[in-house]
Write a protein that binds this ligand. Structure first.
Ligand code: HEM
Length: 339
């Protein structure tokens, strides 16, 4: 793990966010083929790619940790409703505390320490200078509700899905860096309801098959998938709630600045069954990489050109790329000699 010892970088205003050469190298590039179509792209979440890979640990903590935690606190200060947990999700929130604390302490012992004496737990997060003793299961002993407490110490967004009647319901989450969707709007919805706006996938039966797969996931057998879109500037919080701040930035892309302004936004999503509540924990870990940094890898540049060139129109539209998609294809074409 390489946590940045450097100053905190920003995902808004002056956008000081950068990726180090190591971060570029470990970026979870999402295109296994020259064309991209929606599919049920899930695999067991087991270590892959060796030491330092984004797939090495259950939760990936990297050089952007401090910057992302700062960004999360800024969002929650303005919009506390970006974190919500319905009452019946209380046990699932404690499941999340246990799963995340235990795995962080095992995977990154130099930064996180957990001591459990029966229900009396002491948690230390050396990166954020946090040390708290609490009674597991008793929210009154934590400085804030359990999901928020944990979510403020984890990179990426988290949702907790209640499973009932063979379906999943979005009944809790801490969502401060979504790719244009709103927790407040989707709260309480079922799997096919919150996926309602996605084009093509419904008629191809993708969500039906995915839901079957998800509802059968067992404790201790997490699965992962990648999702992707694009964002202008290194902006983490592209929520409908803040659309007025970022929507217009799509018009700022020009052939001259496309490489530096347009970011590939990749979500490493992990689904994990919670043991006490039977809920699913869904983590959405977002990685941002400018096209300029992507093309530093010739294979990625070539592959991405082909993917972008053949992307179906409904996906271009749904992902919000319409205004600048042509410039992205033109920019990438210079790195694909066959075209
Ligand atoms: C159970 C946990 C999951 C949650 C909470 C979740 C949530 C979401 C949300 C909120 C959206 C945005 C919809 C909108 O436009 O408003 C979305 C998009 C999408 N989801 Fe899921 N999802 C989950 C699992 C999955 C799985 C397992 C698949 C596998 C096929 C999947 C496939 C997709 C696809 C293809 C999109 C469109 C993404 C794009 O083109 O950018 N989701 N999901």
């Amino acid at each position: 793990m390489r946590v940045a010892p450097k100053e905190i970088q920003t995902f808004r205003d002056d956008f000081t966010y950068t990726n180090s050469p190591e971060a570029i190298q470990r970026f979870p590039f999402p295109f296994p083929e020259d064309d991209y179509r929606y599919s049920v792209n899930m695999e067991p979440h087991t270590p892959k790619g060796g030491e330092g890979s984004a797939y090495e640990k259950f939760l990936d903590i990297d050089e952007h940790y401090l910057s992302e935690m700062k960004e999360r606190s800024l969002v929650l200060k303005d919009m506390p409703h970006r974190c919500l947990a319905m009452e019946h999700m209380d046990l699932a929130c404690w499941d999340m505390i246990e799963r995340c604390m235990v795995s962080l302490a095992e995977d990154y012992p130099e930064h996180f320490v957990l001591e459990c004496d029966g229900d009396n737990w002491t948690w230390e997060n050396k990166l954020l200078d946090i040390k708290d003793t609490f009674v597991f299961g008793d929210s009154s002993t934590l400085p804030m509700p359990p999901m928020e407490y944990m979510g403020r110490q984890l990179q990426g967004d988290f949702a907790l899905l209640d499973q009932r009647e063979g379906d999943l319901f979005l009944d809790a989450g801490i969502i401060t860096c979504p790719a244009d969707w709103s927790l407040a709007f989707d709260a309480g919805m079922s799997f096919s309801e919150w996926h309602g706006p996605v084009p093509m996938a419904h008629s191809e039966g993708i969500f039906e098959r995915a839901l079957k797969y998800l509802t059968a996931i067992q404790v201790g057998k997490p699965v992962r998938r990648l999702n992707w879109t694009m964002t202008i500037n290194a902006r983490m919080d592209t929520s409908p709630e803040t659309y007025h701040e970022w929507g217009h930035e799509r018009t700022s892309v020009t052939p001259e600045n496309v490489g530096e302004k347009v970011y590939l936004r990749v979500e490493l999503q992990v689904l994990d069954r919670m043991p006490r509540s039977n809920a699913m924990m869904f983590s959405i870990r977002t990685y941002l990489m400018s096209l300029e940094d992507i093309v530093s890898n010739p294979e990625w540049a070539k592959r991405m050109h082909r993917v972008m060139k053949t992307l179906p129109a409904p996906l271009i539209d749904y992902k919000g790329l319409t205004r600048y998609h042509g410039m992205v294809v033109d920019y990438l074409s210079q790195f694909d000699k066959a075209n």
